[in-house]
Design a protein. Structure first.
Length: 67
């Protein structure tokens, strides 16, 4: 996997959890800009699909699955 698809142990398609929230998500994209690396996640909440850009320290690998 190349550097654009993976960063700090996170890779596209991986299951993650938002720290201190009851939200399970999947990594959708990894981006580097002037502010550093950002990771886009997608998840369902309140019957709606959401996508959010987060910093690597806001998420962790899911305890349920690592792929």
């Amino acid at each position: 996997m190349n550097d654009i698809q993976s960063f700090q142990g996170f890779h596209v398609g991986q299951r993650v959890e938002v720290i201190d929230q009851d939200i399970s998500a999947r990594v959708d994209a990894v981006m580097f800009d002037v502010n550093g690396f950002k990771i886009r996640i997608r998840y369902w909440y309140d019957n709606m699909r959401h996508t959010e850009w987060v910093a690597p320290d806001e998420i962790r690998v899911s305890r349920k699955a690592t792929t």
